[in-house]
Design a protein around this ligand. Structure first.
Ligand SMILES: Nc1nc2c(ncn2[C@@H]2O[C@H](COP(=O)(O)OP(=O)(O)OP(=O)(O)O)[C@@H](O)[C@H]2O)c(=O)[nH]1
Ligand SMILES: [Mg+2]
Length: 447
């Protein structure tokens, strides 16, 4: 009985619903102000696009004190569904909001998703769509765009494809996209987008993995799902959703913990799945669903100066770790770059110059970045440092890299800045033999 591991309260909820064909899952943590909109869009999408299927919306909340769960159960579908479309759901639209259990004392987005998967499996859904609860740009059609490739096209994993403001999605742009693409050969532009579709088969595969490390139970979940879908041989595609607009995050202030959880997960999986990527020499586009859109996401502010300061400080705080983890060329390069970052901040601080850090010529070369990430893969596998220390030392480097991208693309539109992300992805591809050679050499020493 698969749901035997679920707490009784959850089993009761599942029993109340019985069976469902299509499910929208929404993880949340203090999202009372935004989740109502997401729930309305999800309900409308389910009824409008899949009137013949049994739908259910499940919110897995962290026990938010702000009334997130109440908003979910009280939100009704928009009136137009009945008044204009005259769709009275043939199948009752069910809504469930629950507080998910922690996993080994860790609660986070991944723990919430595991509960969502367990419920989806118990209800035997054919397609699960997961969307973030802080979305502003979701519309009902997203449900069709994320579930359609599964229900109509036989795909198992539908990754989102959206325009994000050029300074949003920095972990994606600097690490998860270029690394996943170069390693496994699939150009999945948003491997940790947060909004995606999964088939019933893939849900069962996820639950069978039994790989819920503390990082996967938090923000490591997204890269874990994408990588597990690829390495499990599931059919993957992307779907065009327009723009992603959500609660803004400033990388320097907000993204350190998320970076740690995502990057330690991707490094761990890189080691585990070496046999899947060592032979991959070329990368490919994957099928894309949905009509293209021309849309410009609203800007968000990033404190570039702080990013540069944190990078410069890294020489003192994690210089030893850089030396231990990086190859000598990359170590020398980052020490030089960190000095330049410090100089850029100083120049902008001097009262006699009206310049800002954005006016500086600071730049972080693509090739240095690509090789440094490969050094991190090798260091993680060789255990030259405990994983936490390795990752802590990568954070200032990530800040430096993001600052470099911001300065380089400051005059560009979001669309134009995309060329820099592609250029960097290309650098990861070109440098892949560097990783493969060292990986194999280390293996033959060990063996
Ligand atoms: N249940 C639960 N949900 C969480 C937790 N932390 C974050 N979430 C949810 O996970 C989703 C993504 O979190 P965000 O903080 O928006 O992450 P983000 O920086 O926008 O991430 P990206 O969209 O991938 O760039 C949202 O729906 C959050 O409510 C948590 O501890 N528990
Ligand atoms: Mg968000």
């Amino acid at each position: 009985m698969p749901s035997a591991t679920l707490p009784k309260a959850l089993r009761d909820e599942i029993e109340g619903v019985g069976k469902a064909d299509i499910m929208v899952g929404i993880p949340s943590f203090k999202n009372a102000t935004t989740i109502g909109y997401v729930v309305r869009a999800a309900q409308a999408g389910l009824v409008q696009y899949f009137p013949d299927l049994h739908p259910v919306v499940v919110n897995a909340d962290a026990g938010s004190p702000d009334g997130t769960q109440r908003v979910v159960v009280e939100t009704e579908p928009p009136d137009y569904i009945e008044q204009i479309l005259l769709v009275r759901p043939r199948n009752k639209l069910q809504r469930v909001s629950l507080t998910y259990p922690e996993l080994d004392g860790v609660g986070g987005k991944g723990a919430a998703l595991r509960t969502i998967f367990q419920i989806a499996r118990a209800l035997e859904v054919q397609a699960l769509v997961v969307v973030d609860s802080d979305l502003r740009s979701i519309v009902p059609e997203w449900i069709e765009l994320l579930a359609g490739p599964i229900l109509k096209g036989g795909f198992d994993y539908v990754a989102p494809l959206y325009a994000r403001y050029k300074y949003d999605g920095t972990i994606t742009n600097t690490v998860t996209y270029p690394l996943t693409r170069a390693l496994y050969g699939l150009r999945i532009r948003q491997p940790i987008g947060g909004d995606f579709g999964v088939s019933g088969d893939l849900i069962r595969h996820y639950l069978e993995q039994d790989d819920w490390t503390p990082d996967v139970s938090r923000f490591g979940i997204d890269i874990w799902m994408t990588t597990s879908a690829i390495t499990g041989g599931f059919a993957v595609c992307q779907t065009r959703l327009g723009a992603k607009v959500h609660d803004p995050k400033d990388p320097g202030a907000d993204l350190g913990p998320m970076f740690s959880q995502v990057v330690s997960t991707i490094l761990r999986l890189t080691e585990r799945h070496a046999e899947r990527w060592l032979e991959v020499e070329e990368t490919h586009q994957i099928p894309v669903y949905g009509f293209e859109r021309i849309i410009d996401p609203p800007p968000l502010t990033v404190d570039t100066r702080r990013l540069l300061e944190e990078f410069a400080k890294g020489r003192l705080t994690v210089g030893d770790e850089w030396q231990a983890a990086l190859a000598p060329e990359q170590y020398a390069a980052v020490m030089r770059l960190a000095s330049e970052a410090g100089e850029a901040v100083e120049a902008a601080t001097r009262a006699d110059t009206p310049t800002t850090v954005e006016d500086s010529r600071f730049g972080f070369p693509d090739e240095t970045w690509a090789r440094l990430i490969y050094d991190a893969c090798l260091a993680a596998r060789a255990r030259v440092l405990p994983m936490e220390r390795l990752i802590a030392s990568l954070i200032p480097l990530y800040f430096g890299r993001v600052a470099g991208l911001i300065i380089e693309t400051r005059e560009l539109t979001t669309d134009q800045a995309e060329a820099f992300v592609e250029r960097q992805a290309r650098a990861f591809e070109l440098a892949k033999p560097y990783l493969v050679d060292r990986w194999r050499a280390a293996a033959s020493h060990a063996g």
